[in-house]
Design a protein around this ligand. Sequence first.
Ligand SMILES: C[S@@+](CC[C@H](N)C(=O)[O-])C[C@H]1O[C@@H](n2cnc3c(N)ncnc32)[C@H](O)[C@@H]1O
Length: 261
Amino acid sequence: MAPSNHEHTGLRRLNLPLPAQAALIHLMAWGGSLGLVLVAQHLQFSVTGFGLLLLQGALAGALSLLLGLPGWWLAINFGFFPLIGLALQLELDPAWYLLALGALLLTQFGALHSRVPLYLSSRQAKRELARVLPAQSGLRLLDIGSGTGALLAYLARVRPDLQLAGIESAPLLWLVSRLRLGQRAQVKFGDFRHLDLAHFDVVYAFLSPAPMARLWDKVRREMRPGSLFISNSFGVPGVAPDAVVELDDLNRGRLLIWRLT
Ligand SMILES: C[S@@+](CC[C@H](N)C(=O)[O-])C[C@H]1O[C@@H](n2cnc3c(N)ncnc32)[C@H](O)[C@@H]1O
């Protein structure tokens, strides 16, 4: 699920990044749950190890709700320690954890520094994007954070006249998109923050709220007048788009369109 635009609430006012807020919440939840277990023992109730983890999860979830963290952090904070407890009970070979970490790094590498994980543009987003693109043949379109290349593959099918490009920082996703797209699109491995946007008539982004302000500065500096910047769902703080296309998809997303002047 894509993160929402409403991240700046609750503990956010302390100006701490979300992972630091989550760490604080877990500390408080551990304090609370251990206190409750002591009270329970005093009252002759016994609490199992897994019961303690569930209690901690419930307190962490409740604190996340009270402090206004985004919904997906609420789920993470609720499930974090109970899931660790469950995984330990499965007694899996540690190599599986190493494998899972490797797969995560290979597919979510960009999320580590730019806080943009992988999720894909919906069918409606792809269709509407193709619909709003100018009819001009040979238009150069860049998908920044091109993921598995699904969006570019779609555009290559419905608009074979476009010159398509992508850039992706997660190694496995980049490889998948290269193999998938072949000559139909040029997909670079790297960080979009270091790519010059001046070469493109249209830049499409489906990222997260985190990079939008800086990305907008880059767009303004580099993109030529008349070119289009299109963001799926994530707005630019304080800058209204020139057009909005509502998407009837699961995320209730929107295409936000700016024409550079
Ligand atoms: C939400 S996905 C969008 C995928 C695709 N554009 C689509 O719309 O279906 C965002 C992608 O951006 C990549 N990404 C994150 N930060 C990046 C960066 N700084 N440079 C390049 N890619 C990045 C992530 O690895 C992820 O694959």
